[in-house]
Design a protein around this ligand. Sequence first.
Ligand SMILES: [Zn+2]
Length: 194
Amino acid sequence: MEIKGKALSCDLRFIRAWIHASICMMHYHNCPFPIDITTLKIEIKDLTTRVNKVNGETGLGGTANWAKNRIELSYKLEPESMANVILHEVIHLGFRDFGHGTLEFTTRTLETKLKPLVQKLAQPLINNTQKAAAYIAHTKPGMAYRNGEGKDDFYNEKGAWERVGAKDKYGAKKRRLILKNKILEIKKEQNEQI
Ligand SMILES: [Zn+2]
C-alpha cells in the first residue's frame, strides 16, 4: 500500500488502521473483488472542487477507482467522517456493484451497518501501535527476540500458549460431538470389560 498526501486533522496511523480493518471485514466475508493491498494506492488530497456524480453536489469525501486500485480521501475529513469515507470506499472496491441504480444507496447502508463493527477492529490497532511496533522491533538482530548467535534454533516456550479467551462459538457443535463420541467409547470399553 502506498499513501500519498497528508490529512489536516487525522494521523496516518488512524487512516491506515481504518483501511486495514475495513479490508479485513470485506475479505472475511468473501467480498466478490478482494483488494490487492500491495498495489493499493491511497491519495489524500483536496477534493473540494470535485462534483458528485450522484447528487450533483460540489466537494467529495472520497473516491474509489477499480481500474487504478486507488482510493482518494479528502484531506479535510475529521476522524469520525474519515472512518466513514474509508469504509465506504473500501466497500466500493470490494463489491463494485449491487445491481442497477443502487450503488450508493447499498454502499451507504452497508457502511452504516458495518462502521461500529469495523471500529472494533481498527481501534486496537491504533491504541496498540507503539506496543506492537516495539514487539516487532525486538525481532531484529541483536534484539531481545533472538536466541543468540550460533545457537541451535528452538521454540521459545516462555509465556507461550497464554489463554486469551479465544472463543469459537461456531465450532461448539463439533466439540460437543467429539466429547460425546469420547464418552461413548469409554462406556463401550467399560461394557467390554464387564
Ligand atoms: Zn460511493
